[in-house]
Design a protein around this ligand. Structure first.
Ligand SMILES: [Zn+2]
Length: 390
């Protein structure tokens, strides 16, 4: 095709690299700071198939760096995926684009990743990175980790199966209180753009190796690339496999803890994932000695109120926890906020900031402890561990 002629002309293997790119199926998890520029670069380069997932909507604070979105998208609170697909389709060319307004979680990770040759992690959610890593290792798919916060960016390409895994790099789920939330730390616009550029550059490195007949996934180490906005330096270091790693080591523990809570931006609500069924949740809440819960179940979701907390559990394992209506109304949180589907919830995520940041920080720790206690309650027959009273 005429429009790809100049990239196919680069070097002896340019045409072969371009052919590999045209056949490549890529999943991008996240359409935010790193995802938006990355998606644009991938679509313009002419990757064969490009799919994007992201549960959020466009907000005004995204516009400084999320290059696919416009003022009107933020004003209307459009789902990022919808706005992104519109922009990507305008680019045209040979790339088939598709997407869904949903979040990756432990239950859908493998099904989402399986149809693709390669995954880009453009999420800002640390547990999601572990879930991508676990699913990619199991399915034998390479993936590329992108991150940007404040003035820094990081890119790590992970080859599947024999290389180091994400847990070799980031062994333990970091408590939310240490990580901070999207509201407590800022980001300079070039930082995610640089991550996207180095991410697609890493992809070209793999395609060039394949064009030379090498297997880029048959290496036992990977290179961490980092940089800071305002400096010319790109720092690289070699990530070796950790022999004692709980992910890729002989004593593999499987997927890491799924309990890490994510604050829903701008709201006093936290989102988590659990393997528990609705029936097991109900049983556990009934066995809670510290709180009396009122439990309702309808339309495939369970809603519980107890003490000052409100908990909503969806049938796909997602749950939301936060203050109940009474305390929420004091803070101005709409009571219906905890009773939405993920897509509906994304619409709500752009609501005005609520409460003081210092309160939110303290509540994060409280809620995390509270959820851990709830999840440690022994339901009669937890589905993932089998019946205990048989
Ligand atoms: Zn590992």
């Amino acid at each position: 095709m005429e429009r790809y002629r100049r990239q196919a002309a680069v070097g002896a293997g340019g045409a072969r690299v371009d052919a590999l790119l045209a056949a490549l199926r890529v999943l991008v998890v996240g359409a935010g700071g790193t995802g938006a520029p990355l998606l644009q670069l991938l679509a313009r380069a002419g990757v064969g198939e490009l799919r994007v997932i992201d549960p959020d909507t466009v907000s005004p604070t995204d516009l400084a760096r999320q290059v696919l979105y416009h003022d009107v998208d933020a004003r209307e609170g459009r789902p990022k995926v919808e706005a992104a697909l519109e922009e990507l389709r305008r680019i045209g060319g040979r790339t088939r684009v598709s997407g869904d307004a949903l979040a990756l979680h432990p239950r859908n990770a493998e099904a989402l990743i399986e149809p693709f040759d390669l995954v880009f992690d453009a999420t800002d959610h640390l547990p999601a990175r572990h879930w991508i890593d676990a699913a990619c290792r199991k399915l034998g798919r390479p993936w590329i980790h992108l991150a940007a916060i404040e003035a820094s960016w990081t890119v790590i390409p992970f080859a599947s199966a024999i290389g180091p895994c994400f847990r070799c790099y980031s062994p333990d789920p970091i408590p939310l209180s240490v990580l901070g939330s999207c509201e407590t730390r800022g980001v300079l616009p070039p930082a995610p753009a640089l991550a996207a550029l180095h991410g697609i550059s890493a992809l070209y490195g793999w395609l060039q190796a394949r064009a030379r007949g090498e297997d880029p996934t048959a290496v036992e180490w990977t290179v961490i690339r980092r940089g800071e906005v305002g400096t010319a330096e790109v720092r690289t270091s070699r990530l070796e496999r950790d022999p004692a790693c709980g992910g890729c080591g002989p004593a593999s523990e499987g997927a890491p803890d799924e309990r890490s809570l994510r604050p829903i931006c701008g709201r006093t609500r936290w989102e988590g994932w659990s393997e528990r069924s609705l029936a097991a949740w109900r049983a556990a809440l009934e066995r809670d000695r510290t709180t009396r819960w009122t439990v309702e179940e309808s339309k495939g979701r369970l809603r519980a109120r107890g003490g000052l907390a409100s908990l909503t559990v969806f049938s796909d394992g997602r749950f939301l926890i936060g203050p109940d209506e009474n305390s929420a109304s004091i803070r101005g949180v709409p009571p219906e906020a905890c009773d939405r589907t993920p897509a509906e919830d994304a619409q709500g995520a752009r609501r005005a900031e609520l409460g003081r940041p210092e309160d939110r920080g303290r509540e994060t720790e409280d809620w995390e402890a509270r959820v851990r206690a709830l999840l440690d309650l022994d339901p009669c027959s937890p589905p993932s561990r089998g019946a205990r009273n048989s």
